[in-house]
Design a protein around this ligand. Structure first.
Ligand code: GAR
Length: 205
């Protein structure tokens, strides 16, 4: 069997998407292994989840660097050390530099149906807009905010009595399942990105 794909997962908070990947990676047939978990802040549950799973962690906090460029370089250097095949930004609330994105194929998960409601408040913005269906999007990170080529999407209905938390929690259930399924497929079969088109599967000859 091929070596499992090496994943570096970046987190900023609760880390439930990370946990779903940790659980999936416990099965050797899944085809991926998390070699490190990185964060932009200390003391978060995402890091504790990694530590409980025996996964190496690192923290690079923007405020510890004189310039944003300094942080950009530091996060690139530390991720490089783990030689990832794929980086997964799972609730990581920082933009990554162009240099980082050129070096590492990076996926991000967003709690809305892109291109709708980009940014930090996808569930809130969807609720305020009054949409009846929202969802989650897995995409290849590019220079924009939640603008990259789309790998997969899952719809989630908005219920009449939803508040931001209840809607986000429902989205996250669908989001985790999508993330686990698609990252596994990519780890086992590969991914090709041509312009905005993403295809999972062996490279065609
Ligand atoms: C997820 O819903 C993720 O899509 C969202 O933060 C949550 C993290 O949850 N990310 C964004 O809104 C980025 N724009 P988790 O820490 O439990 O995985």
């Amino acid at each position: 069997m091929n070596q499992p794909a090496r994943l570096v997962v970046l987190v900023s908070g609760a880390g439930t998407n990370l946990q779903a990947l940790v659980d999936a990676c416990a099965d050797p047939a899944y085809g991926a292994r998390i070699v490190a978990v990185g964060a932009d802040r200390d003391g978060i549950e995402g890091l504790a989840r990694a530590e409980r799973a025996g996964i190496p962690t690192f923290v690079r906090q923007v405020s510890d660097f004189e310039t944003r460029e300094g942080w950009d370089a530091a996060i690139t250097t530390v991720v490089e050390r783990f030689e990832p095949d794929l980086v997964v930004s799972a609730g990581f609330m920082k933009l990554l530099s162009g240099d980082f994105l050129e070096r590492f194929l990076t996926l991000n998960t967003h709690p809305a149906l892109c291109p709708a409601f980009p940014g930090m408040h996808g569930p809130r913005d969807a609720l305020e807009h009054g949409v009846k269906v929202t969802g989650a999007t897995l995409f290849v990170v590019d220079a924009g905010v939640d603008t990259g080529p789309i790998v997969a999407q899952v719809p989630v209905p908005v219920e009449e009595d939803d508040d931001v938390d209840s809607l986000h929690e429902r989205i996250k259930i669908a989001e985790r399942a999508m993330l686990v399924e698609q990252v596994g497929r990519i780890a086992r079969d590969g991914i090709t990105v041509e312009g905005r088109r993403v295809r999972i599967g062996p490279a065609s000859r």
